[in-house]
Design a protein around this ligand. Structure first.
Ligand code: HEM
Length: 125
């Protein structure tokens, strides 16, 4: 049965928070990406990421943290690291049996910011 919005199909705020928790558990446990979060406030990141995805999926939440570009200027991203994060996001969506088209839409909401995530790549600190 198709619900109206991606937000509804993902289970609203609670369902999206569950996917985000799964995603951040995987990010933190990852050999390559985990160390990037060493000094991070993970609860805050999980909350802001939940708001970001809720808004992108058509929910009433609004993302009001730092713009993605500024938030990551100090993070040593590479295209490979972002691809790894995308893979982990797909795995997290799969763990909740999100169907393929909906999973693609969620990943696209993040992947659309690839250039902003990579903005600090050339050494801005
Ligand atoms: C486009 C979606 C994303 C949003 C909205 C977002 C949002 C944020 C925000 C708000 C911060 C905190 C900035 C601060 O406190 O100064 C942050 C930090 C960070 N994000 Fe993201 N992020 C996104 C995607 C990603 C992806 C795909 C990764 C992949 C690993 C990632 C990894 C990090 C890391 C490592 C930090 C730094 C943590 C720290 O040093 O405290 N982010 N992000």
């Amino acid at each position: 049965m198709a619900s109206d919005t991606l937000y509804d199909r993902l289970g609203g705020h609670e369902g999206i928070r569950a996917v985000v928790d799964e995603f951040y558990d995987r990010l933190e446990a990852d050999e390559e990406l985990g160390p990037l979060f060493e000094d991070a406030d993970m609860e805050r990141l999980r909350e802001t990421q939940t708001d970001f995805l809720c808004e992108a999926a058509g929910g009433p939440e609004t993302y009001d943290a730092a713009p993605v570009r500024e938030a990551h200027l100090h993070v040593p991203f590479t295209a490979e690291r972002i691809q790894r994060a995308v893979d982990l996001l797909y795995e997290s969506l799969d763990a909740f049996d999100v169907d393929e088209a909906d999973a693609d839409a969620v990943v696209e909401a993040v992947a659309a910011y690839e250039a902003d995530l990579l903005a600090g790549e050339n050494g801005d600190e």
